[in-house]
Ligand binder design. Structure first.
Ligand code: PRP
Length: 312
């Protein structure tokens, strides 16, 4: 079932004001759409994980003798870009009336952003929104978008600000665990306003085909000496916690001044080892995820959002 990214708080509310956002939350009941194209548009927004509200506000356009004689209720509001969306039909006579109303609304409410969208404009909006063109090739394995590109951007920026604040006066060494961390590391390090050094490690992972292959191996060790340094381990996802648990033990033995952990995704439902994590981007449900560095058979790492994989 497609996840509803709809919010119930008003245009000024911010449902994302929480310490650790939980992706894939409970769904609100679906609204009754006045038109099929609106429902279709809502589905596209849901697919890409864009938060929306249906007809949340009515704007008075004309008042005569103290009575409201004309008002306008745009179809959608997209809180992430603070923009109202009005879908147009193909009937020219209705188009003219809608154009007039939108013009009037812009005159009366100059601070309100509104877009008039034809169906073919949907894709343009999505491109502008940072998803790239949804070509069938790039989305064939995607079931639904769990964390959208704007949500990632906002949360990574919040994490960067928090890390900068908590570690003021320190020179951090960011240690990324390859390969899944590439997108997150690249974005996160640019949101940290401290002097940072960056290093990477690669660790052999458990393979289903060969579960007896032994224990974790370091495929690529640190280039930096971490003794006496403040280390921030950066992970894309923590599941069982076994990788991180091993890694923390390995790094501790090299006597750093401190070690903290930042993970973009926390799939706690799969935890087998309790590991301390200071910074979590999103808690996610127990589903296989791809994109923004995470792969399935080494594919999908380049998706600019995090999605669940279509069930086979
Ligand atoms: C992922 C991730 C973590 C590890 C977490 O790596 O980057 O390192 O799994 O799993 P755990 O908590 O159960 O130990 P993966 O093995 O998929 O390699 P990749 O980053 O190269 O894709």
């Amino acid at each position: 079932m497609a996840r509803k990214r709809r919010t119930t708080d008003g245009p000024s509310g911010d449902a994302a004001d929480r310490e650790t956002p939980t992706a894939g939350e409970a769904e609100a009941p679906p609204p009754r759409f006045a038109h099929e194209s609106e429902e279709e548009f809502a589905k596209i927004l849901d697919f890409y994980g864009i938060t929306w509200q249906y007809e949340p506000r009515t704007f008075p356009l004309r008042v005569e003798d103290g009575k409201l004689v004309e008002a306008f209720t745009p179809d959608f509001y997209l809180p992430d870009i603070d923009t109202y969306i009005e879908l147009t039909t193909l009937k020219p006579e209705l188009m003219t009336d809608k154009n007039r109303k939108v013009r009037l609304l812009r005159e009366l409410f100059p601070d309100v952003k509104i877009k008039l969208l034809r169906k073919r404009d949907y894709l343009r909006l999505l491109v502008k929104y940072g998803f790239g063109p949804p070509s069938s090739k790039s989305i064939e394995g995607i079931h639904r978008v769990l964390v959208s590109a704007p949500q990632l951007k906002r949360r990574v920026s919040e994490l960067g600000a928090q890390i900068s604040k908590d570690n003021r006066g320190k020179k951090l060494l960011l240690v990324g665990v390859l390969k899944g961390v590439v997108c997150f590391m690249a974005d996160l390090m640019r949101q940290i306003s401290l002097p940072v050094a960056v290093d990477f490690m690669a660790i052999s992972s458990y393979e289903n085909e060969n579960p007896d292959s032994g224990f974790v191996r370091i495929l690529k060790d640190l280039d930096e000496n971490i003794e006496g340094r403040d280390v921030l381990v950066v992970e894309d996802i923590v599941d069982t916690g076994m990788t991180l648990n091993y890694l923390l033990g390995y790094l501790q033995a090299r006597r750093p001044a401190s070690i903290k952990v930042c993970t973009l995704l926390d799939r706690r439902a799969r935890r087998l080892v309790d590991v301390p994590i200071e910074y979590v981007g999103f808690e996610i449900p127990d589903e296989f995820v791809i994109g923004y560095g995470l792969d399935f058979g080494q594919i999908y790492r380049n998706l600019p959002f995090i999605a669940t994989l279509r069930p086979a």
